[in-house]
Structures are given as C-alpha cells and as structure tokens.
Design a protein around this ligand. Structure first.
Ligand code: ATP
Ligand code: MG
Length: 196
C-alpha cells in the first residue's frame, strides 16, 4: 500500500497573495515534511463580508502565478468553484479520509479558530501549523488551538493583503512584497486602485 499523503492546506483570500503566504508554505514543506502544500483561495469568505473581495477569478489566477514553478506547491480551486460561504469543515470533507491534513494558518487566523463552523470537528481532523504574525500573541493561539498545534519557524513579516491594497490605492509600489508575476498582474488589471 502507498503511504498516505500528508497535505498542508494554506487557505486565504489571497487578495493578493504575498510573500508571507509563500514563506509560510515553504516553512510547512521544510519543517513538517508534508508532501504538498495546497494554496486554497476562498470563494466568498464568510468572515470578510462587509468589504468587497476581488473577483475570485483574479484571486485564483494570482494564486496560480504565486505558486507556479514550485514543485511542492499547488493551487487548489475547489473553494472558489463552490457556491455560497466556504467553511473549512466542508472543504475537509472533500479530501480522502486517509490523507493526513495540516492546516497552515497565520497567528491571527489561528487565534480565531474557535469561531469557525464546527471548530471541534476541524481540530479533530487536522493538525494546525501556525506562522507567528506581528501583532498576535502566542498565548491566544495556544489557548485556541490546544494540543493539535505546531509552530512554524518563520521571520515575522509585516505584510498583509489589507496594507498592500491600501498601498496600491495610495499610489505606492508593492513590487518585491509580492511575487513579480503577481505584481505585474495587479498592474495590468489595475486592481486595488479604488480601495478605501
Ligand atoms: P487581509 O489583510 O486581506 O486579511 P492577509 O494578508 O491576512 O490579507 P489572507 O489571505 O487573509 O492574507 O491570509 C491567508 C493566511 O495567511 C491566513 O492564515 C493569515 O493569517 C496568513 N498570513 C497572511 N499574512 C501573514 C503574515 N504576514 N505572517 C503570517 N501569516 C500570514
Ligand atoms: Mg487576513
């Protein structure tokens, strides 16, 4: 029998994907020994209602551009092709039961995991690997995640989608904070010009 696949899933809005996402994925691959890191753009992010999220097709293409050329990275479109809000619990049910799954989260997302739909079931199914993020306290993450936690060793990177969108809207460059291909895509399609 083939050994079970160990997959890391790095979900996000990826609006846009940036270097901190890739650094977290790289750490998951190197430090957890996963076989593959699946970057999974969210369809209609249920915790982001209230601000207009960029069309899924743009976020999907940008995620493909960001992960392209790295043999152990892939972009998984299953959430963007599903209608309605995307719950991690439902997404997990679409993977074979014998796959080992580790969710890779930034500390801010991990600290909020108890608010997720069926959080206990999610925690029973996966391990949770967390990249420290400036501004989020480790204790809050440890309390929320409990036993199933692995810390990733990554440098603290103060990069966020929110700040990148704001920079573009204000006329500042985001070059070198995102992969070159993503930078070119954002410029070509004039994304984020109107962000408030
Ligand atoms: P936004 O500001 O729009 O929320 P974001 O930078 O937080 O964008 P997301 O797509 O929301 O990006 O994040 C996807 C995942 O990556 C989340 O688990 C988030 O915590 C993590 N992440 C994003 N940026 C960082 C960072 N600088 N350091 C560590 N983790 C990060
Ligand atoms: Mg975020």
């Amino acid at each position: 029998m083939l050994p079970a696949v160990h997959r890391a899933i790095l979900g996000g809005t990826f609006d846009p994907p940036h270097l901190a996402h890739l650094v977290a994925g790289e750490a998951a691959y190197r430090q957890l020994g996963v076989d593959v890191v699946s970057f999974m753009p969210a369809g209609s992010p249920w915790q982001k209602e209230g601000r207009a999220v960029t069309a899924a097709r743009h976020r999907l293409v940008m995620t493909r551009l960001a992960t392209g050329g790295v043999p152990y990275f892939e972009t998984d479109a299953r959430e963007v092709t599903r209608d309605g809000p995307t719950y991690t619990f439902d997404t997990l049910a679409t993977f074979p039961e014998d796959e080992r799954i580790t969710l890779v989260l930034g500390a801010d997302a991990a600290a909020g995991i108890r608010s997720w739909y069926r959080a206990d079931d999610v925690l029973a199914r996966c391990r949770i690997a967390v990249a420290p993020r400036p501004g989020t306290d480790r204790g809050a993450v440890e309390e929320a995640v409990g036993e199933r936690l692995d810390w990733l060793d990554v440098p603290g990177l103060e990069i966020s989608g929110t700040a990148l969108r704001r920079r573009v809207a204000e006329g500042f460059s985001i070059r070198f904070l995102v992969p070159e291909s993503v930078y070119r895509y954002v410029m070509t399609y004039r994304l984020y010009r109107e962000e408030r």
